[in-house]
Design a protein around this ligand. Structure first.
Ligand code: TMP
Length: 223
């Protein structure tokens, strides 16, 4: 994606169960990358665009009395993602920016595909349709046991847990196993970090990995 001397854009996604510390890690990473003179864009899923944020509200509101079927959930996440990719990711990656995404397509593979037991084939096809050829260059999985997820969600200072946060411990266990299974299937893209460690320790590992990636992609451009 580099034109003239422009450095290549990069997409880095952060995945993990609720309470795994994705948002904190993204906040800690931004100034480090900016200090290298690179522009950073932070976004999230579901959401990240005006249309996506409306879809987010539908997906995670707590007071909906109607049951949302897994198929509906899958298509709404995909709709939010399709918008984000075209409105935010593609233009910023083309402009050589580093995009940090709080969740991306792997959340759908794990939450809808594994945890909600939807068939893998349609989930993959819908994911592919939503993202086109935009896939992360690097994905961190912040790994925490289900018990830690639940504890951290309960201690959050926000009001009520959202619709998905209200799931029971078995759901969180399946989500965790789903992420670890996914990481094993694509070790070149995924980097799993033990996120029971302190935020500072987790950040050290995140930063080391990002620096290595930046070096790898920037060197061929510089030489
Ligand atoms: P969060 O952004 O606060 O982590 O909350 C988003 C919730 O949506 C979280 O419970 C995970 C869930 N989710 C899915 O089930 N599928 C998806 O594709 C995405 C992006 C999120």
């Amino acid at each position: 994606m580099s034109e003239n001397n422009q450095k290549p854009g990069l997409l880095i996604s952060f995945e993990g169960a609720e309470g795994s510390g994705k948002t904190t890690q993204i906040e800690m990473l931004v100034p480090k990358i900016e200090a290298l003179g690179r522009d950073v864009v932070v976004t999230r899923e579901p959401g990240g665009s005006a249309i996506g944020e409306e879809i987010r509200h539908l997906l995670i509101r707590t007071n909906g009395s109607e049951e949302m079927f897994p198929e509906t959930e899958l298509l709404l996440f995909a709709a939010s993602r399709a918008q984000l990719v075209r409105e935010v990711l593609v233009p910023n990656l083309k402009a050589g920016k580093i995009v940090l995404c709080d969740r991306f397509l792997d959340s759908t593979t794990v939450y809808q595909g594994v945890a909600r037991s939807l068939a893998q084939d349609p989930v993959e096809q819908i994911n592919k349709f939503a993202v086109g050829d935009v896939t992360p260059d690097l994905t961190f999985i912040l790994d925490v046991p289900a018990e830690v997820s639940i504890k951290r969600v309960k201690h959050r200072a926000t009001d009520l847990p959202d619709r998905i946060e209200q799931e029971n411990i078995d759901f969180y266990r399946i989500v965790r196993e789903g992420y670890l299974w996914l990481a094993k299937s694509m070790p070149e893209r995924f980097h799993v970090i033990d996120a029971t460690k302190s935020p500072a320790k987790v950040h050290q590992e995140v930063w080391k990995t990002v620096k290595k990636l930046l070096k790898a992609v920037e060197e061929p451009v510089q030489s």
